[in-house]
Design a protein around this ligand. Structure first.
Ligand SMILES: NC(=O)c1ccc[n+]([C@@H]2O[C@H](COP(=O)([O-])OP(=O)(O)OC[C@H]3O[C@@H](n4cnc5c(N)ncnc54)[C@H](O)[C@@H]3O)[C@@H](O)[C@H]2O)c1
Length: 302
């Protein structure tokens, strides 16, 4: 999407950190921005800051795990600003601890916000974007944790692997509608995510992980050295204009990614082994894809 001017952007987590950075940068580029967040105080502050910079902003209080509320938020924003062409599923939360101690509440909270919130954003807006026919772009925020998983960040990583997967599939699904889809995989951003447990709802509060002031401070120390959210959002803007899939503006992650992908490649047998099996499986896949295309044309039209 080369022409950003005048577009409407809906940004979850838009009251803080990466989402607020996106609101600032896309407003500067001429967008009208809707910022959606679970925290009213943060929404008030962010919206005042954006207005002071001359932005057209519409704040909306939203828990992205609430599907009915998401639909209402979309209606409200469309009524205020017009159809949404840019969707940023940015809100996310994290809590870390030994995976074997995790509770169902730990799973439900992180999977619900980080993956479920992205799903709800796309379920809400994709049909609207297809219907208005103006094209658009969706940016889902994953993380470098979408490529590597460790025991202390297991559920967070699983939620981000899931965001990575659904985003890749959605890019394939939406290309024919002129809607681009990108996955943002930050390594470290200077944000307030160390405090995200403060947004954890009471009904999912039984955690297996101990979180105290010392842990929050240690996390703050790391994130305080992260990339500035506006600088990150400038990379997002450039990527949206070029329709890049991956947005990973961190040179330091190269060695880890290379080692990870090499490990996957090392698990494969030699390329020229099992020639007969390879040919049989490839032919079966081609037959299936041809049949599938014919069935889909009959079922869903072109
Ligand atoms: N900070 C980092 O280093 C880092 C690294 C990789 C990925 N990320 C990802 O970046 C994204 C943005 O996080 P951030 O670092 O800007 O943190 P942040 O805490 O500064 O901002 C996240 C915002 O999401 C909001 N939020 C939380 N739960 C919500 C819910 N249920 N409904 C609506 N809003 C909700 C919070 O109130 C907050 O304003 C997240 O998806 C996070 O996983 C962050």
């Amino acid at each position: 999407m080369e022409d950003i001017e005048g577009k409407v952007a809906f940004i979850t987590g838009g009251a803080s950190g990466a989402g607020l950075g996106q609101a600032k940068v896309f407003a500067n580029a001429g967008c009208k921005v809707a910022i959606a967040d679970i925290r009213q105080d943060a929404l008030d502050a962010a919206s005042a800051e954006l207005k002071a910079r001359g932005a057209t902003v519409h704040p909306v209080r939203l828990d992205i795990t609430d599907r009915a509320a998401f639909a209402h938020a979309a209606d409200e924003v469309e009524a205020a600003l017009g159809p949404v062409q840019l969707l940023f599923n940015t809100a996310g939360v994290s809590v870390f601890g030994p995976l074997e101690r995790a509770t169902y509440d730990d799973y439900d909270w992180m999977m619900g916000v980080n993956f479920g919130g992205v799903v709800n954003g796309m379920q809400t807006f994709v049909p609207r974007m297809i219907a208005h026919g103006q094209g658009g772009h969706i940016v889902n925020t994953a993380s470098m944790a979408a490529f590597h998983a460790a025991g202390m960040a297991g559920i967070y990583s699983a939620s981000k692997f899931a965001v990575h997967g659904i985003t890749m599939a959605m890019r394939d699904a939406l290309a024919k509608y002129g809607i681009g889809v990108s996955v943002l995989c930050p390594a470290n951003i200077n944000t307030n995510i160390a405090e995200s447990i403060k947004t954890r709802p009471a009904h999912l509060s039984a955690s297996g992980f101990a979180v105290d002031d010392a842990e929050i401070q240690a996390l703050r120390d790391i994130y305080s050295q992260g990339m500035d959210p506006e600088e990150l959002a400038q990379h997002v803007l450039a990527a949206v204009k070029r329709n890049d899939f991956y947005i990973i503006p961190y040179p330091e992650v190269r060695a880890g990614l290379e080692a990870g992908f090499q490990c996957i490649l090392d698990a494969l047998p030699p390329q020229d082994s099992d020639a007969e099996g390879q040919a049989r499986r490839a032919a079966a896949m081609r037959r299936y894809q041809d049949a599938r295309r014919a069935m889909d044309r009959a079922r869903y039209g072109a």
